[in-house]
Design a protein around this ligand. Structure first.
Ligand code: SAM
Length: 389
């Protein structure tokens, strides 16, 4: 069985190679690599938090490590010989806000192949509050939730008077939220939409605000931004979007710099920090950490800056492009003997023999390229169908 740690190391080498090849940063210092940057940051946080009264708590360090995965921090702490308090902090997740609705309507759990990391209820409330401050709550205003389904739930729940448009690749999620919104008599429309595809004409120039949360990779941001700027009203408007933190994965720093430059080229005139968004730790991640013997961090340890972007009203119309992201495949139902697998948006049925399945702890992009990953089971373990090679 593959393990998560070895996958991350593979990715690390690949991202260093990519960094050296493609970056216009001058690799002048050790800091250019993920590990040395993370190590330096850890040392300085530790110096700051360590007092004669005792070692810092693991979670206090995690909070300041710019999205570094807990197992990465754990490895660094051990290799530096730094003592931390590792007790599990008991916490009660309050299943209010959009989470209460998700429970009520039976929303499917997060799906790693869709990079489905969901906002905390507090964050969806903050985002809706932010929008309410900047946009009049009236029937002639439109908010588009592009890959941000929990915001759509939040807006319906709090009785947003304007139009809400939900676009997401995840069909059952879209269908469930749509039927909830219709029961609530919201002015709601939705569509299963893959940002790789050219935006349908009826979605052009419709929204006063677009709230988007792409998977945290540069090619996804490019595709989502291209669609979001087309969806946005030509009269102007705002895009709200989290920017992944620098240590959230290997190569993230370089990608953030590239994204900042690309935003300027796209005609982004304002790029302001709106708030810090927090994300719920998906169940599969918690299991991985438990298996690695790492005290479970708080359920909302992952954070990102939520940026408010404004674009030049005369921005170039560049949207008749198809983007090529990695193919999306995922499953809806299954047990250890059978799998009903849906590919993309087609709902194509693929049956599997259990002998062809292999158990796997997590999915990285690297894995998805090399293997034909088709199924995520109810125990949050990925089952992989034979290597492509
Ligand atoms: C990082 S998650 C964001 C979820 C968001 N934080 C929330 O709480 O609603 C990415 C979202 O984009 C969607 N998505 C992934 N790939 C997509 C694609 N190619 N086109 C459209 N949506 C996509 C996923 O289904 C998921 O809802």
């Amino acid at each position: 069985m593959n393990d998560f740690r070895s996958i991350r190391l593979d990715n690390f080498s690949a991202s260093i190679a990519a960094c050296e090849e493609g970056s216009n940063l001058t690799p002048t210092s050790e800091e250019e690599t993920f590990e040395s940057f993370a190590r330096e940051r850890l040392r300085s946080i530790y110096r700051h938090l360590n007092t004669p009264d005792g070692s810092p708590h693991f979670n206090a360090i995690l909070e300041q490590m710019l999205g570094a995965f807990p197992s990465v921090i754990d490895d660094l702490l051990r290799s530096e010989g730094l003592e931390v308090v590792r007790t599990k902090v008991s916490e009660k997740i309050s299943r209010d806000g959009w989470l209460a609705i998700a429970d009520e309507i039976g929303l499917p759990p997060e799906h790693p192949a869709n990079y489905d990391w969901r906002f905390t209820p507090e964050t969806t409330r903050n985002i809706a509050d932010y929008v309410s401050k900047h946009l009049e709550n009236s029937p002639d205003k439109t908010i588009c939730c592009l890959g941000s389904p929990t915001i759509a739930i939040e807006l319906v729940q709090r009785g947003w008077q304007g139009k809400i448009v939900l676009l997401d690749i995840n069909t059952p999620l879209v269908e469930m939220i749509d039927s909830y919104a219709r029961n609530q008599k919201a002015d709601f429309s939705s569509q299963t939409y893959d940002v790789q595809d050219i935006l349908p004409d009826h979605l052009e120039n419709i929204a006063d605000v677009v709230i988007m949360d792409p998977p945290w990779y540069l090619d996804y941001y490019r595709a989502f931004l291209a669609r979001a700027t087309t969806i946005l009203s030509k009269k102007g408007g705002q895009i709200l979007c989290p920017i992944f933190p620098e240590l959230s994965r290997h190569g993230a720093r370089k990608d953030i710099l590239a994204l900042q430059k690309e935003l300027v080229v796209m005609g982004c005139q304002e790029n302001e920090l709106a708030m810090i968004a927090r994300f719920l730790m998906p169940g599969f991640e918690e299991k991985i950490l438990q298996r690695q013997g790492i005290a479970t961090p708080p359920v909302d340890w992952r954070m990102a800056e939520m940026r408010a972007l404004k674009f030049d009203a005369h921005r170039a119309k560049n949207q008749a492009t198809k983007f090529n992201l990695e193919p999306q495949c995922w499953a809806r139902y299954g047990d250890r003997n059978t799998a009903v697998v849906f590919r993309g948006n087609l709902g194509e049925f693929i049956g599997h023999q259990p002998s062809r399945l292999e158990s796997f702890l997590s999915i990285s992009r690297h894995d998805r390229r090399d293997r034909d990953i088709l199924w995520w089971d109810s125990n949050h373990q990925c089952l992989v169908v034979t290597n492509k090679t």
